[in-house]
Design a protein around this ligand. Structure first.
Ligand code: ADP
Length: 427
């Protein structure tokens, strides 16, 4: 009996010892798992459970948890990488992009929007109307939020500078129903549209005047009452003058459009069209071709072209057009007996040309605008002289094509000087 009790006691002691050992080991594993989960919670996705002494089911559990952490780590790194790429793409975009939640909170805005609306602070999680104070844009976003339909609208900002934007608001097909607002800056495009519209209006106006005159005088000639030879001659002369004007405008417009299309090509292709040119020779031949006009007005021609200037590269035809226009203006706007002329000199790395006259001069307030198409200081005088208002615009474009800088100095009643600095091109 005593032996049986003793054996039972031994078994009980062994069982308790085994239980104690197992529960200690188990509690160590549990502690490891708790430490591991805390590391993961803190964001340390590199955390691992040591599996060295684990066996059986506990080892399986530890391995599964380590695999999960590894997967989490990989997905996290991929998401961070993709986010970085998206951020870089968004911030390099010239279009403004803003992501809004369905209740109008800003989730994300890119640099372009910050620049467009001069946003300095981090305004994510603010409402969109706190960032963009423009009623039209805010109404557009509100519309899309309530209708869930994509909308586009042109929006103008007049302050601090005039700006035009095309805003496009797109509802996303996602469970959170966010909105993407994309804003394109179309100010340049709008101003081109305006330049084009102004140009067409100007051309139409310029053509209309001589055409109306021609039509009027032709109708008068058709009337029988005007039979006198002198009257007929006078009308025919007037028709002829207006026809010349039309021809001048159309040919100047053709030259201008040809030059502008040249100007839009690359610098390399422009320069590849250049040939060797002697600028002094081109200038003196321009004065020669207008000799008739200078003699008629009894103008003194002073050409100071003795300084030897290098042969450079340029488009000979265009340079001739340039100097003929400048010399023609000097002749037109200098009264009888005045002086017109040119100076040529060598600068460090450029050739300086001056085309001057002792004519009527240009008022200071008009100097800024004389290179604009159809701009004239005195419209009537320019028309009487057969001017089209396009000459200096052509000159400016030709200077641009040659990389030359053109300036003007003038004093009313004393005269005008156009100064052109040509860079030196070597073949
Ligand atoms: P236009 O055909 O009228 O001469 P341009 O484009 O050549 O047109 O010149 C624009 C305007 O600049 C002229 O209408 C004239 O008022 C002024 N201008 C140009 N050159 C001279 C000059 N040498 N002296 C005075 N005014 C000038």
């Amino acid at each position: 009996m005593l032996i049986i009790v003793f054996i039972c006691l031994i078994i009980a002691i062994i069982a308790i010892t085994l239980l104690l050992i197992t529960s200690r080991k188990f509690s160590k594993v549990i502690k490891n798992i708790i430490r591991f989960s805390e590391e993961i919670r803190k964001g340390n996705l590199d955390a691992k459970i040591s599996t060295d002494h684990n066996k059986g089911e506990i080892k399986k559990l530890s391995d599964a948890l380590n695999d999960m952490a590894l997967m989490l780590n990989r997905s996290f790194k991929q998401i961070t990488h993709e986010r970085g790429e998206l951020k870089a793409a968004l911030s390099s975009m010239s279009e403004g992009v803003m992501l809004l939640s369905s209740n109008g909170k800003v989730i994300l805005i890119n640099n372009a929007i910050r620049e467009m609306f001069q946003i300095k602070e981090d305004l994510t999680h603010e409402r969109y109307w706190e960032i963009i104070r423009n009623t039209e844009l805010n109404e557009l976003i509100e519309d899309v939020l309530s209708t869930n339909t994509e909308c586009k609208k042109e929006i103008a900002f007049l302050y601090p500078t005039e700006k035009h934007y095309l805003a496009s608001v797109i509802p996303l097909d996602s469970p959170e129903k966010e909105l993407v607002v994309v804003i394109f800056d179309i100010t340049g495009f709008k101003s081109l549209e305006k330049i084009k519209a102004d140009f067409i209006a100007n051309v139409s106006h310029e053509l209309r005047t001589p055409l109306t005159a021609i039509k009027g005088y032709t109708e008068t000639l058709q009337e029988e009452a005007y039979e006198s030879q002198d009257e007929r001659k006078h009308f025919l002369n007037t028709i002829n003058r207006h026809t010349d004007r039309l021809i001048n405008i159309v040919s100047d417009l053709l030259v201008l459009s040809e030059i502008e299309s040249k100007e839009s090509s690359s610098k390399e292709s422009l320069v590849s069209d250049f040939e060797k040119v002697d600028i002094r020779e081109i200038i003196s031949s321009s004065y020669d071709s207008l000799k008739g006009n200078t003699t008629e007005k009894n103008l003194k021609v002073a050409l100071n072209l003795n300084e030897v200037i290098p042969i450079t590269m340029g488009n000979r035809f265009l340079l001739e057009q340039m100097f003929i226009n400048l010399v023609d203006n000097a002749v037109k706007y200098t009264p009888e007996g005045g002086t017109i002329g040119a100076n040529a000199s060598n600068q460090d790395s450029s050739i300086k040309i001056e085309i001057f006259d002792t004519g009527m001069g240009i008022p200071r307030e008009n100097l800024q605008r004389i290179f604009e198409r159809f701009y004239r200081v005195d419209k009537t005088r320019s028309r009487q002289m057969g001017g089209t208002g396009l000459g200096l615009s052509i000159v400016k474009h030709i200077a641009n094509i040659h990389g030359a800088q053109i300036d003007v100095e003038s004093e009313v009643g004393k005269g005008t000087k156009f100064i052109i600095n040509f860079p030196l091109y070597t073949s």
